[in-house]
Design a protein around this ligand. Structure first.
Ligand code: ATP
Ligand code: SF4
Length: 331
């Protein structure tokens, strides 16, 4: 049987920010694949490296940031081996990104229609203006915004509508991969929920892959078939979305994040945060970087970094687990 090619493949990817204190290891030898039509979540506390990884995939790192090792392939193509012209064609046509803030992603002096038409015609110059106009209307239908809003400027739209427009622009060229970096964080819970439902519906209709970044575990586990959990620049676990509950065995950091989700149905809501703070990424703790905060820490954890154990589509990086245990929980 022919092997299915991943849409996104990260192999041993590290990203560092050069600072006067030394390199900040924001992404540390990460391996991750996203398969066609798959939604993969990426969660972790603030500062764990999620956005840095997203920018690295899009080859949008700037200034003091750079990929220091590893390879990033999208549809089998090495993103860092491409000349700028090929990269320009690749972005938006094959891979697109929805950024955290819709306001900064949209141009304040262009109407919604102009923004969509511009994106379409810059990346598909052969498309006629009439065709682009028709597509702009269809795209608003897709994200459930009335067509009369085509004439609106971003400041005339609610936050939820602006974020829907950004989603419409990201999927305008029917890319194979869309990276969504906290796309609903700035919105209230009801609007968040409706946008997520729409994202799911659009993904099911258009059939593309999503890397969905969030610090909100409950949201990601509902949406994603697999969830990658990031701590201090490393992916410490990749679990199936439907396995993410406190009754199952997980990485101690994952369990800490799960305990931090408020139980809405409980009478007495007790949220246990993870004690301690994320480490300094210039001077990572020896051994397992989570060891100063881990309630299950053992002697070996302080000196030996656990190797990732890969079992099928899941991964575990913790001395508490054997290959057999990871295989059994991932099967
Ligand atoms: P958040 O959820 O808050 O966006 P994140 O998980 O996306 O966090 P990143 O924004 O990728 O994390 O940051 C990863 C690490 O890199 C953090 O420790 C951050 O302080 C550091 N960092 C980010 N930008 C720079 C920079 N320009 N120079 C130095 N360090 C940086
Ligand atoms: Fe905790 Fe050790 Fe596992 Fe790290 S390797 S998460 S310190 S048990």
């Amino acid at each position: 049987m022919a092997q299915v090619q991943p849409v996104l493949e990260l192999t041993g990817v590290s990203v560092a920010y050069e600072t006067p204190k030394g390199p900040v290891q924001a992404v540390n030898r990460v391996n991750l694949t996203v398969m066609p039509n798959e939604i993969v979540g990426l969660v972790g506390e603030s500062g764990s490296g999620k956005s840095t990884m997203a920018y690295a995939i899009m080859r949008l790192l700037r200034g003091n940031a750079g990929v220091t090792e590893g390879a990033i392939r999208v549809l089998g193509e090495d993103i860092y081996g491409m000349d700028p012209k090929t990269l320009k064609k690749f972005r938006w046509n094959k891979m697109a990104m929805v950024f955290q803030s819709a306001m900064s992603a949209l141009n304040p002096v262009l109407t919604v229609e102009m923004q969509i038409i511009d994106t379409l015609r810059v990346h598909k110059p052969e498309m006629s203006r009439a065709e682009a106009q028709r597509r702009a209307g269809d795209l608003l239908d897709l994200v459930r915004i009335e067509r009369k809003r085509l004439r609106s400027y971003p400041h005339e739209l609610s936050g939820g509508m602006r974020q829907r427009v950004v989603v419409a622009i990201a999927v305008a060229l029917e890319p194979d991969l869309v990276i969504m970096d906290e796309p609903t964080t700035a919105l209230d819970v009801v609007v968040q929920r409706s946008i997520l439902d729409e994202i799911q519906a659009i993904q099911a209709q258009k059939q593309f892959s999503i890397l969905f970044i969030s610090h909100d575990f409950s949201l990601v586990s509902e949406l994603a078939s697999r969830v990658a959990i990031m701590y201090a620049g490393r992916i410490v676990e990749i679990a199936r979305g439907d396995s993410l509950s406190l009754g199952r065995r997980h990485h101690p950091y994952t369990e800490g994040l799960l305990r931090a989700i408020p139980e809405l149905t409980a009478d007495d809501v007790v949220i246990e945060g993870i004690p301690g703070h994320p480490p300094d990424l210039v001077n990572l703790p020896s051994g397992c970087a989570f060891h100063p905060r881990c309630s299950a820490v053992m002697d070996i954890c302080r000196t030996v970094r656990p190797e990732p154990i890969v079992a099928g589509e899941t991964l575990m990086e913790c001395h508490l687990f054997t290959k057999q245990e990871v295989s059994e929980s991932g099967s």
